[in-house]
Design a protein around this ligand. Structure first.
Ligand code: GLN
Length: 500
């Protein structure tokens, strides 16, 4: 029982089915770890241990009565960007320090209906703006591999909680890399699905045309298990797309069966590699690990083909024009009138708006609102916003052309491994860390990050796999077959190795 948190989701499901442990025992195990160790990591903003205990008891009873839902009684936790009825939802901000949502996000109710148990709400960069969790009003999150390092962001709490062995899987959201980059920094697998695949209803909006929820776990199959209930067509999200929903776990199993015991299970796979992803700014050790992983992919039968994509620096500039523009509009609803923080004793309406927003939002959020408002202002709209939209179209086209010659595109997930919190990056330097992930959001493509080794300082390195629209199964099965023949995903963080 003491190392139960090192098991994969599939092993946990098996353990419940074969009565090696009950959901109550499993849930208690994770709660005990959170209580003993999260003071070092700070991954949770809100714990829901009491409701989790009640849900676990109910799950055990239902299982005894013959309920066969595969995720019944499996614990998880949500990034605090997803609205949860009756439970605090802060989005990492003082602005929502007292906000209790009257409804559940679609993914929250979907996951609950699948029988999973939520242990609470996870820390994140304020309104999902950031790459190292330093903008959270609820304090920084420490990387479970090395507590002096950042966990990545904005889903830093989600990544840290899984890497620390506080939950087997967690939800995240990804507007420009916020699932993939923290997965990379914390040695996890994390997937951002195709835009429109997962409902955005009840996910607090940052940049609506880029935001997409996804799953984080130790390996590709963990992600498949959690992603399944997240995916649904939702009339309450106008950008939700009605599209065939595969069984991701089954697709992985089918790919595995098709490969049989072949030494070259990936021999029909063409991996596109673009030189644009291996340029200045890429850390040497990260580059070595990514190239070594590509070699492992080749050894497993894959063919590497050269492709071209838009210069990631151009994607970066486009993103940091469009995302703040959308954010400035989305965040106008936080005005002190309807919900959340309100300043003390406002003199008049203008004072109410001004002070509420100055006091309620942190510096990174204010910076983005200012940049976005500027980009959308009458005199600059065409020069900045319209131009960025045109460039976005070209980025989409370049990906389409690249996919004419390959099945997936591989790159480093981030240019470096986790840095030190004390490095105190200025905003522009922090933005550079998103250089390889944001093109995917601008194009709306699915992508995952998988662990491919450690730096000499023992910090995880991630490889990004980008897929064609709707091909989450292809990405997950590809990463899974790789993980079957390698052991990068089996390494555990320092905190995960601690028993309590
Ligand atoms: N780091 C990027 C940003 O700060 C991406 C954030 C995200 O994906 N939510 O905007």
């Amino acid at each position: 029982m003491s190392e139960i948190h090192l098991l994969t989701t599939e092993q946990l499901i098996d353990g419940l089915q074969t009565k090696q442990f009950s959901s109550t025992e499993l849930t208690e195990h994770y709660i005990k770890r959170i209580e003993a160790l999260d003071s070092k990591v700070n991954s949770f903003i809100t714990n829901t241990s009491e409701t989790a205990r009640a849900q676990a008891k109910a799950a055990d009873e239902r299982r005894a009565q013959g309920d066969k839902r595969r995720l019944l009684g499996i614990p998880m936790a949500h990034k605090d960007i997803f609205c949860t009825q009756g439970v605090l939802t802060t989005c990492g901000s003082k602005m929502l320090h007292n906000f209790v949502s009257p409804y559940d996000a679609t993914i929250v109710s979907n996951i609950e209906q699948a029988g999973m148990i939520s242990l609470g709400k996870l820390n994140m960069d304020e309104f999902a703006m950031g790459s190292d969790n330093s903008s959270s009003y609820y304090g920084t999150v420490q990387n479970p591999w090395n507590l002096e390092r950042v966990p990545g962001g904005s889903s830093g709490g989600s990544a840290a909680a899984v890497a620390a062995g506080f939950v087997p899987v967690a939800t995240g959201s990804d507007t420009g890399g916020s699932i993939r980059q923290p997965a990379s920094f914390c040695g996890l697998t994390g997937i951002k699905p195709t835009y429109g695949r997962v409902s955005r209803f009840g996910m607090i909006a940052y940049a609506s045309s880029l935001d997409q929820a996804g799953a984080m776990g130790r390996d590709a199959k963990d992600c498949a298990y959690l992603l399944q209930p997240m995916v649904s067509y939702d009339e309450r999200d106008a950008t939700s797309v009605l599209h065939d929903i595969p069984d991701y776990v089954q697709d992985i199993n089918d790919a595995e069966a098709a490969a049989g015991d072949s030494a070259k299970p990936l021999n029909s796979l063409r991996i596109g590699v673009a030189k644009e992803y291996f340029t200045k700014g890429l850390d040497k050790e990260v580059e070595q690990a990514v190239r070594a992983a590509l070699k492992q992919y080749e050894d497993l039968g894959a063919t590497i083909v050269e492709v071209n994509i838009t210069d990631p620096d151009i994607s970066l500039a486009t993103y940091y024009m469009l995302a703040p523009a959308e954010a400035s509009s989305n965040l106008s609803r936080f005005d002190g009138v309807r919900f959340g923080y309100r300043c003390e004793n406002p003199k008049d309406l203008t004072d109410l708006y001004t002070r509420t927003r100055s006091e309620g939002f942190g510096p990174e959020v204010q910076r983005r609102i200012l940049t976005g408002t500027y980009a959308l202002s009458a005199g600059y709209f065409d020069a900045f916003y319209t131009k960025a939209q045109r460039v976005r179209r070209m980025i989409v086209k370049d990906f389409e052309d690249a996919f004419a010659n390959c099945d997936v595109i591989a790159s480093p997930t981030a240019p470096t491994a986790a840095y030190k919190l004390s490095d105190n990056l200025d905003p522009a330097t922090m933005y550079l860390g998103d250089v390889y992930t944001i093109g995917v959001n601008l194009a709306g493509l699915p992508a995952l990050s998988q662990p491919v080794g450690l730096t000499s300082a023992g910090l995880p390195i991630g490889l990004q796999l980008i897929g064609q629209y709707w091909q989450e199964s292809k990405l997950l099965a590809t990463a899974h077959l790789f993980q079957q023949h390698t052991d990068h995903h089996l390494q555990h963080s320092t905190i995960a190795k601690e028993t309590v």
